[in-house]
Design a protein around this ligand. Structure first.
Ligand SMILES: O=C(O)c1ccccc1N[C@@H]1O[C@H](COP(=O)(O)O)[C@@H](O)[C@H]1O
Length: 214
């Protein structure tokens, strides 16, 4: 296990769509903010220009993650030039990504398809892994027990997929991930935009697991 006793759980809130939402993200002191780009099927998809506006309002301590599905090299270069700290890649990784760009990658895995996991674990440009349910951003859960014994390394091991303020503590206790990632579970009832109270409870319940869980 690489999770160090007392180490803070990394918290990523994903699917931010407006600069109005950053005020409360700054207040609750999360670590990573995700923005969905180049994926029009998602209701959370935003443009690079929108993303740059959001970034201007974020606390410097919060790192930014561009969330994409099977991106092209051109899209990755745009993301890098926009100043994102990380790119979270669902689906395919483009050939030559590590020759042509320097951006740090979080590779997302559908937990039902971990075939490339061992190979990607050897790539230094990959900062970490996000373990997600079959349909990203759907709010669907999966049985966390299925990944609790997955081989770990120094790379971030981030749990995603259907997390909510009510299940995050138990999920952390079961999997002991380096971080947790949520989108649907902290949205308003109508699914449009984030709900401050849900974010606050999510962070409180995730942080409540630190120290005592190990
Ligand atoms: O949120 C989306 O619409 C999305 C679109 C494309 C790829 C990933 C997406 N979201 C990611 O899905 C996981 C889990 O989300 P949820 O909490 O189950 O809604 C998270 O990593 C989001 O970044």
């Amino acid at each position: 296990m690489y999770r160090i006793k007392g180490k803070k759980t990394i918290i990523k809130i994903c699917g931010i769509t407006t600069a109005n939402e950053t005020e409360y993200l700054n207040k609750v002191k999360i670590d990573l903010v995700g923005m969905v780009l180049f994926f029009e099927k998602s209701k959370r998809n935003i443009t690079i220009d929108n993303a740059k506006e959001i970034m201007k309002t974020l606390d410097d301590k919060i790192k930014t993650v561009a969330v994409v599905v099977s991106p092209t090299i051109d899209q990755i270069e745009e993301i890098e030039n926009a100043g994102f700290d990380y790119i979270q890649i669902h689906g395919e990784m483009p050939v030559g990504i590590f020759d042509k760009t320097d951006i740090s990658v979080l590779k997302a895995f559908n937990v039902n398809d971990m075939e490339m996991y061992d190979e990607y674990s050897k790539i230094s440009g990959i900062k970490g892994f996000v373990f997600d349910a079959a349909e990203p951003g759907s709010g669907r859960t999966f049985d966390c027990n299925s990944i609790r014994d997955t081989k770990r390394s120094e790379k971030w091991f981030i749990l995603a997929g259907g997390l909510t303020p009510d299940n995050v503590a138990e999920a952390i206790k079961t999997v002991k991930p380096d971080g947790v990632d949520v989108s649907s579970g902290v949205e308003k009832g109508d699914g449009m935009g984030k709900d401050y109270e849900k974010i606050r409870r999510f962070v409180r319940n995730a942080r409540g697991q630190e120290g005592g869980m190990l």
